[in-house]
Design a protein. Sequence first.
Length: 270
Amino acid sequence: MRTRDGRFTYEAAGDPASPPLVFLHGIGGAARAWRSQLGFFADRCRTVAWDMPGYGGSASLPTVSIANLADALRDFLRQIGATNPVLVGHSIGGMIVQQLLAKHPRLAGAIVLAQTSPAFGKPDGDWQKSFIDARLGPLDRGETMVSLAPALVRELVGDDPDAGGMELARECMASVPEATYRATMLALLGFDQRGALKNIAVPTLVLSGSKDNNAPAPMMAKMASYIPSAKYLELEGAGHLANLERPAAFNAALDGFLKAALPATHATAS
């Protein structure tokens, strides 16, 4: 599907009149990475997964930053008429959600911050430089997203991941345009919303994977402790791609959160 202005592509399921549940993928993802969630929750929600700018058929941004991506997300939500949505942000998607709420604190009805972080740190930090170099260096040496996809995905997952989910994860990673991957990776530099966590005033689920090396569970537990309304949940054995590695466990966690946080509008259909 495509928005009226042609800027964004997305996938959707469920009744357009139902409460909106919007999924935001990570740097190596795409809207289709959320298909297990789109179908599972379609009986009670209007489920939507966007292609971030530069992904799928969505137009690229002239300058990629977390702030610009958050503005793009707000435009996307307006385009699809998603009022008071539940926003589920994975990895950089979770960073975009944090950035959006810092500017528009009442835009969402609830949020899920999945395998993400409140900060990436200073642009000139040694760890930050090493992280970026490890991911962009192979491209500089002539590799392609297609050739790198299997190894990139393998490094992200935990124990016994779902085979179908891993096939989809590799497909999504391989399809990311190199220029988009580079620009979005560099957009992480300098991101820091740690000071804004205390201002998040909507129901929040902070969801980690016990085997996630990119957004380690102890860091995410600490993150949750600074959000007044947060519930923290750790998926045992899951890595950084929990919704693809363990879709049933991810869906169960989100289902429980929706029932508790917004019982009137997200009750299970009878």
